[in-house]
Design a protein around this ligand. Structure first.
Ligand SMILES: Nc1ncnc2c1ncn2[C@@H]1O[C@H](COP(=O)(O)OP(=O)(O)O)[C@@H](O)[C@H]1O
Ligand SMILES: [Mg+2]
Length: 252
């Protein structure tokens, strides 16, 4: 794919935690405007990859090209200023504050003026949150809290949204709501990199599926290009069944 179609390009990206190596050379392109689902077994390094893009791990080498500029190793604050927002795994940060106060907190972190305009913009995007504006965030359902987290990130008006496992612990109905909102944001032009354990759901909504295993990308393509059985094989063995046979023959 031509480079200008990729908003984010990672090449041989290596990162981890202090002396621990977790990402062992990730090469991955995120095309502008696409919804990319990052999947893989537990411990594969999915969260670490999002955190690395967002400047929260120990950068060890390789590059992350962002609209022609190298951003690997920059601080989270600078990555955010570049237009990349991150929704970490887990529920809302300020459960004892109202929805409105949470949104105001998020708005203040980016600029000290125009808070009301930003808030209205998010309420227009997520009318359900406007209805709940006086509710304490911690008293909302898991799905609503997840939407609030996404809304707080969207308030930063990012060009790319990194979202880590928003469906964990949610009811099927709440998962449906969260995914519908993500799809709507994508329809408005946002590029989304989503980490998701619910592979069925991820394959349903994503334009592209990326499978990470042991800190490396082992499969990358359109969701229609892989079956659920093949996905299972890749998670377990890192190879497709046919490939395994082929490799075994070669090594005989
Ligand atoms: N803060 C941390 N310090 C040290 N090791 C970590 C830290 N966070 C994650 N790890 C390790 O990094 C590896 C990848 O973790 P993670 O990126 O969370 O995987 P995934 O999101 O794919 O389940 C795991 O072995 C995990 O134990
Ligand atoms: Mg994770």
């Amino acid at each position: 794919m031509a480079a200008e179609h990729n908003i984010l390009s990672m090449r041989d990206l290596r990162a981890g935690y202090a002396t621990l190596d977790i990402l062992n050379g990730v090469t991955l392109d995120i095309p502008q405007g696409e919804f990319v689902a990052l999947m893989g077994p537990n411990g594969a390094g999915k969260s670490t990859l999002l955190k690395t893009i967002f400047g929260m791990t120990t950068f060890k080498g390789g590059c992350i090209e962002w609209r022609g500029k190298q951003i690997a190793g920059l601080s989270s604050r600078r990555v955010l200023a570049e237009g990349i927002s991150y929704v970490p795994q887990g529920r809302c940060n300020f459960p004892l504050m109202s929805v409105q106060e949470n949104l105001e907190m998020a708005a203040y972190t980016i600029r000290d003026s125009g808070v009301k305009a930003d808030r209205d913009y998010v309420y227009d995007l997520f009318p359900a949150l406007r209805e709940r504006r006086a509710t304490l965030a911690g008293n909302m359902s898991g799905g609503e809290q997840q939407l609030l987290e996404v809304a707080m990130a969207v308030l930063q008006r990012p060009k790319v949204l990194l979202v880590d496992e928003p469906s964990v612990g949610l009811s099927p109905a709440a998962i449906g709501v969260v995914f519908r909102e993500l799809l709507r944001l994508r329809a408005e032009g946002l590029t989304i990199l989503l980490v998701e354990q619910n592979t069925r759901k991820a394959m349903e909504v994503a334009d592209r599926a990326v499978i990470l295993r042991l800190g490396e990308v082992i499969w990358d393509g359109k969701p229609s290009g892989i079956s659920h059985e093949e996905l299972g094989d890749l998670f377990l063995t890192g190879r497709l069944r046919g490939e395994a046979r082929h490799n075994e023959t070669l090594s005989d």
